[in-house]
Ligand binder design. Sequence first.
Ligand code: FAD
Length: 488
Amino acid sequence: MPNAIVIGAGIGGIATALRLNKIGYDVTVLEANSYPGGKLYTKDVHGYRFDLGPSLFTMPHLVDELFTLFDIDPKSFFEYSKKEVICNYFWEDGTTFSANGDSDVFIKEAAKTFGESESHLKSYVNSNTKKYDLTSSLFLEKSLHKASTYLSVDTIKAILQIGKLDVDITLNALNEKTFQSAKLVQLFNRFATYNGSSPYQTPGIMSMIPHLEMNYGTFFPKGGMVQISKSLYELAVRQGVTFKFNEKVNHIKVEQNKAIGVASTKRDYMADITVSNMDIFPTYKNLLQDQSHPTKVLEQERSSSALIFYWGISREFPELDLHNIFFSENYQEEFSAIFEKRTIFKDPTVYINITSKEEKVDAPEGHENWFVMINVPGNYGQDWEQLKTEARIHIISKINKILGVDIEPLIMAEHILDPIGIERDTSSYRGSLYGAASNSKFAAFLRHPNFSNSIKNLYFCGGSVHPGGGIPLCLLSAKIVGDLVPKV
Ligand code: FAD
């Protein structure tokens, strides 16, 4: 039986291990941390449970697919429910909008709240669906770096309709052209942050992202987001994948332009194929020092990072749901601070995720677990202690203004994660959440392929390579690697 080494047990690494196991490889996953999941992990802070990284779960069928691959009913390992409300949005002038998970209801209510015509909203939503349908099989489900991808009917269809994809204008320009309401423009601009980009730079094709929320829906896994990585890890162990924790890989061994295995902190391993789930930047800089590097790919601008305050809050807020957004009064300045000035804007958009709304056990009775996140630049050596202190003051002031309550005395427990911590815990270069940013129309083509062009038997999966960051795309990267490796 041929064997495979996977470097890293992030969601992409675990899914790749499952795909390779299914097609007959003997798979060993080497993980630097003491736990599986990478960014998808959990933490208890004085009796409040938090999901540390991802909080929004879309496209659950991609998780289910991994169970059905082994003829296992996903529900026996992993359960989730569809959310009726996608997100509660708040503005400082008192406007609120509860985004319904049913797109017809969303359209009706958005038209009323923002004074737009329903038919206008409907045609925007339909054109987003069209963009997704035209491009998903090309951009998301296949390697963009194999000639065969370009010889398919789907690709020809997408190329013929390129004019409808809005690649030549920014997401903000598209939304401003479409809507009168500045608030609705801001609401739809926010989807650029789903891949760590700026709506003022990312192309209009990114308007396909709301399609995923509005038409596929958003979900919550029973037991929290960590159940995604935990259940897939358990499935992999059950299928015979070997996991070795606290074992960092230091080097990918290459002989005659062929990957032949790795050297870890504990020992050397020979392998027929090697897959790196580690961020592509440190993979080259640290593990492939003596090989030539794809400079253009590695020099791409990184996606944004995050500053998260995990707060135990000593009362409940019925006006809040699982996902809540408190919008900045000046969105453009906020993104200019993140991507141009590399600092934190004094009026940041604040995202509050409260899993105790779904899972009562995540907080003591009558309390809530608040995951309070703002988008921030990557770590370029800024004074993070100073930035964190200032950001905490600004965040609290924003929440106080919108909720009309002083929340400082309600904070019973606190844990903080910043870009330095994200980089330390997962090796993500500069603490970026999604690898490279998609701040140009060519970004999709500049992501690193899922295989090496110069080193045979070396593959890549996870959020820093094609097709991109976020749980669904990491799962798709694993599927693509499964399709690319030599068949057993
Ligand atoms: P990672 O999770 O990056 O894991 C890589 C693993 O490799 C780590 O376990 C690391 O320890 C290991 N590793 C690194 N170097 C080595 C080495 N040398 N040897 C051995 N092991 C090594 N996505 C969503 O879909 N929805 C969200 O709401 C969302 N929100 C997010 C919020 C935050 C705060 C963060 C941080 C991310 C968020 N994301 C979200 C993005 C999502 O978490 C990532 O895209 C995804 O989890 C990345 O998975 P990955 O497979 O690339 O691996």
